[in-house]
Each structure stands twice: as structure tokens, then as C-alpha cells.
Design a protein around this ligand. Structure first.
Ligand SMILES: C[S@@+](CC[C@H](N)C(=O)[O-])C[C@H]1O[C@@H](n2cnc3c(N)ncnc32)[C@H](O)[C@@H]1O
Length: 485
């Protein structure tokens, strides 16, 4: 992170909000040690955990001593303050950069901010909401309050989860960030587990370097690097036009991080997809059956009159819904009782989508078509790890179900989904935001898939690509590049 900063000039100031024991600032100072030119450095570090402060002071004093020994001049400001409370008053949503006013301005900001949810009732949550940024997570608040503290040509480097790039919670923050920050460098960690784990949820993490947006400055392409983990051994680099990183749709702007050339090709191929599920009267919901809450109704006894099928993630196989299918002793049916009725759905045509994929699985999207004609039951139970997609008023046609299931199972849409979304979960809101071609094209895909019954992988991708007018070259490259399943 320290190496990403463009060190320039003789006088410089660096801010480390949420400094911990100061390792990021120490890394930055280490860089300066090798400068031939003597610099004047002002370090400002915020830390509100009193237990850490003595260590922070000790680390920064060592940095100071080492730099002074080489003839540099260092001033230390270790602030035992709440960074949010101290800086929220400076924040002006519409005009965040008022360089002439009384607030401090920094050349560089380097941060590994705290990560915790901001609840509506909490002081920080209230503050962020009042500033018009929503109330997503402390790390986003740290980013929002830091950016306006930069000088016009200053740089900030943050390491954060990738969650701000998509998702409803971050919508207001994201739109503010895209309006006022220019991204100049992004590093993505491929492995979710090895770098950080937050709240038990494995998330991809990113290192982001941004500068204040300046209408007069040309928007430069963004350098994206990817490494599996923090050894940075297998670093891959891509240069991406800044406009390829934003997907605007229905008043929201999502940040896409294309991590390969093939991502870019796919993005260009589907950039004209202007529709979402909502445009077709379709909705996504999460399966209502939570096994431990419904345990009194779950059974292995299957009988048309007294039970209904229960669909779990493992029932979604190769674009179909295979039932019954046993796995890990999970029960196959739900007893039809007065109390279980509200948990069951009428058997209709649905697309079922797994909500979770494991780290080892290559694809993120797994969808199966549940077709009314294949089920002799009247009602069905859908377990909570499965999302189901349906028409709110009226019913989905078979070709619509097949078309959407085929698109979601195709490598092209899966890759696109991954540019938008960094975690292993597939939330209903992510599916609602996914761009789609027109319903007529979806039906056409469905008809072809129905007729040809291709297997997921190269065969399905070829059928889908042909129906969509996507070049076969992209499909071939996709399969050559990473030997997909
Ligand atoms: C994820 S840690 C990172 C520490 C350090 N930068 C590092 O990389 O090792 C975040 C730090 O922010 C501090 N912190 C949390 N909320 C804060 C606040 N409101 N103001 C200042 N510091 C805060 C925590 O005590 C913690 O030390």
C-alpha cells in the first residue's frame, strides 16, 4: 500500500485514520528512508483505542528517529480521537473539496479502516445518514470523510472489503464516491479467505488508490492488479478505461472490477443489455423454509396427499431441479399441515438459484429450472439457501424460465456477475441489479436451449452466445483461459 503512493515534493503530510499500532505509516516512512532528497514530513494518526496508543506512539517515534537520523524532518501528531466525530463536521456532501477552508489538507492518506456495521441508532450511523451517505459500514464512512481531507493532487490508499462496489446498502455512498473520487489503481485479492475474514463472511478485498476528481484533469485509465494472496507472487495486470468500471442502471451506479481481458470483452459484448428482472414483472425472493425453525414439519416420508417436496441447494443440478436427491441427511419433504402452509409455494414455473457457492467452485451462479409439468405436487417448499425467481402477476412461460436459467448458468453472465460482486453470496438484490437482454431475446435463448438441451459449459455457452449474437471467439477464449467447469 505504501508503495502505491507517488511520493513527490519536499514537504509532505500523511494521515493514517484508524492507525492501530501504525504499521501502514511505518511502511510509508520506510519508503522515505531511501530518498536522497531531505524531506519535511508531518504524520497525523488517529486511534481511539487507548490500549493501542502507547504502542502506536512507540512505533511512530521509532519512525521519526530513523528518518531524522537520515536528515529528514518529522512532526508527529498522534490523536487519541474518534476520527469520525472529529471530521464529520468538515463534510459537505455536494462540495466536499473546499481547499481554502479551515480543515487540514493532506498529501497522502493511508488506511486500513475499521469494519463494523453502522446501526440506525448508533451515533456514527446517525451521523452518516444525516450526511446523506446511507449508513452502510464504518469503513465506507472512513473513506468518505478522508477523501475531502486530501489536497487537490493528493492520494489516498485504502484497503477495504469489496462490498461497496455493489449492493443497496452502499448505493448512496457509491454514487457520492463516483462523483468525487477518481480511481487510479486497484488491487484485487483473488482468494477470499487468506487476506481477511469479516464477520465470518469471506469477502474479496481490494486496495484502492484514489484522488479527488478534477474536471480539468483527463480521466486516466485505471491499472488493475490481481494476486491470489498477500504474497503478491502471481501478480497479473490489466489497464482498464475508467468508464468500463462503472455500470449505471436504474439510478444506481455499480463499480465493476474487470480482472481479465476476457471480462472486458464480455462487458463490451453485453453493454447494451438495458433491462432488469423488474422490467419483465419478475421478482426474486429467498426460500421461506429455515430448516431449524421448520424442523417439526420436515420429513423423509414422501406422499402426494400429506407432504410436499422440499428443495435445497443440492437439488439444483445441471440447470434442472432434481428431486428427490439426498445429501448429508437433509430431509426431502415438508408435512402438509395448517402451520406449514404459509411456508409453502404453489408449484409453478420458477428459476431457482443457489444463494451460496463454495470457495472451490469456479462459478458463482447456479440456476435450475423448476417446471410445473415435472411436479405432480400442488405446493412446494423452498429452503432458505435458495432464491426463487417468479412472475409477480401471472406465470412465467417455460421458455422464459429456460432462457433465464441458461443465461445465469452461462460463463458470460457468471463472469459479468463477478465483475460486479465480490463475495460468494448471491443476494436477491444482486440478481435484481443484473443487466439482461430483452424478454424476446431471453425467450429465444430458452427455445434454443429447450430444443438442444446443451450441458453447462462450452456447449451451453455456445448456444447462449449464438442466440445473443456474442462472438464465438469470446466463448473459446473464456474456456481456453481457465478451463472452466
Ligand atoms: C482494521 S484496524 C487497522 C489498524 C492499522 N491501520 C493496521 O492496518 O494494522 C482499524 C483501527 O481503527 C481503530 N478505530 C476504530 N474506530 C475508530 C474511530 N472512530 N476513530 C479512530 N480510530 C478508530 C481501531 O481501534 C483499529 O485500531
Amino acid at each position: 500500500m505504501a508503495s502505491l503512493i507517488h511520493v513527490k515534493g519536499k514537504r509532505m503530510s500523511v494521515l493514517d485514520p484508524g492507525a492501530g499500532i501504525g504499521i501502514l505509516t511505518a511502511a510509508f516512512c520506510e519508503r522515505l528512508l531511501n530518498l536522497r532528497e531531505k524531506v519535511q514530513l508531518r504524520i497525523t494518526a488517529y486511534e481511539n483505542d487507548t490500549a493501542l496508543l502507547p504502542h502506536l506512539r512507540r512505533v511512530l517515534r521509532k519512525c521519526e528517529a530513523a528518518l531524522q537520523e537520515r536528515g529528514h524532518d518529522v512532526t508527529l501528531d498522534v490523536l487519541e480521537d474518534d476520527f469520525i466525530v472529529k471530521n464529520a463536521t468538515f463534510f459537505k456532501r455536494e462540495t466536499p473539496f473546499l481547499w481554502e477552508d479551515e480543515r487540514p489538507a493532506f498529501d497522502y492518506i493511508i488506511s486500513n479502516p475499521p469494519y463494523y456495521k453502522l446501526t440506525a441508532a448508533s451515533r456514527h450511523g446517525r451521523m452518516m445518514r444525516e450526511l446523506g451517505l446511507g449508513q452502510p459500514n464504518a469503513y465506507a464512512f472512513f473513506m468518505a470523510l478522508s477523501l475531502p481531507l486530501l489536497k487537490p493532487d493528493g492520494e489516498m490508499v485504502f484497503i477495504t472489503p469489496r462490498s461497496f462496489c455493489s449492493g443497496l446498502y452502499y448505493k448512496k455512498f457509491r454514487s457520492w464516491l463516483l462523483e468525487h473520487a477518481a480511481f487510479s489503481r486497484i488491487h484485487v485479492f483473488g482468494s477470499r479467505s487468506e487476506v481477511f475474514e469479516h464477520d465470518g463472511v469471506l469477502q474479496e478485498n481490494v486496495i484502492l488508490r484514489t484522488t479527488p476528481k478534477n474536471e480539468k484533469r483527463k480521466v486516466a485509465p485505471v491499472k488493475i492488479t490481481i494476486s491470489e494472496n498477500h504474497s503478491f507472487k502471481d501478480l497479473k495486470t490489466h489497464i482498464v478505461p475508467a468508464e468500463d468500471m462503472v455500470h449505471r442502471m436504474n439510478g444506481d451506479a455499480l463499480i465493476k472490477i474487470p480482472t481479465s481481458r476476457i471480462h472486458l470483452l464480455i462487458q463490451h459484448a453485453i453493454k447494451d443489455w438495458r433491462y432488469t428482472l423488474h422490467d419483465f414483472g419478475l421478482e426474486v425472493s429467498t426460500g421461506p423454509i429455515v430448516d431449524f425453525r421448520a424442523k417439526d414439519f420436515l420429513t423423509d416420508f414422501v406422499d402426494e396427499r400429506t407432504t410436499s417436496p422440499l428443495i435445497w441447494m443440492h437439488n439444483i443440478q445441471d440447470m434442472k431441479v432434481i428431486w428427490p436427491a439426498k445429501k448429508n441427511g437433509k430431509q426431502t419433504a415438508v408435512l402438509l399441515k395448517e402451520a406449514s402452509k404459509p411456508l409453502l409455494l404453489p408449484v409453478r414455473n420458477y428459476v431457482l438459484i443457489k444463494r451460496f457457492s463454495s470457495k472451490e467452485q469456479k462459478r458463482r451462479l447456479y440456476a435450475g429450472a423448476l417446471l410445473e409439468n415435472d411436479f405432480k405436487f400442488k405446493v412446494i417448499g423452498i429452503e432458505n439457501h435458495v432464491n426463487y425467481l417468479y412472475r409477480k402477476q401471472g406465470r412465467m412461460a417455460v421458455e422464459e424460465v429456460m432462457g433465464i436459467a441458461a443465461l445465469l448458468n452461462s460463463s458470460m453472465v457468471d463472469e459479468y456477475f463477478r465483475c460486479l460482486n465480490g463475495n460468494t453470496q448471491v443476494n436477491a438484490s444482486d440478481l435484481r441489479a443484473l443487466p439482461l437482454p430483452s424478454l424476446e431475446v431471453i425467450r429465444q435463448v430458452g427455445r434454443r436451449v429447450n430444443a438442444e438441451q446443451p450441458r453447462i459449459g462450452l456447449s451451453l455457452d455456445t448456444v447462449v452466445a449464438n442466440a445473443l449474437g456474442i462472438s464465438n471467439r469470446i466463448v473459446r477464449e473464456l474456456h481456453e483461459e481457465d478451463g472452466r467447469d
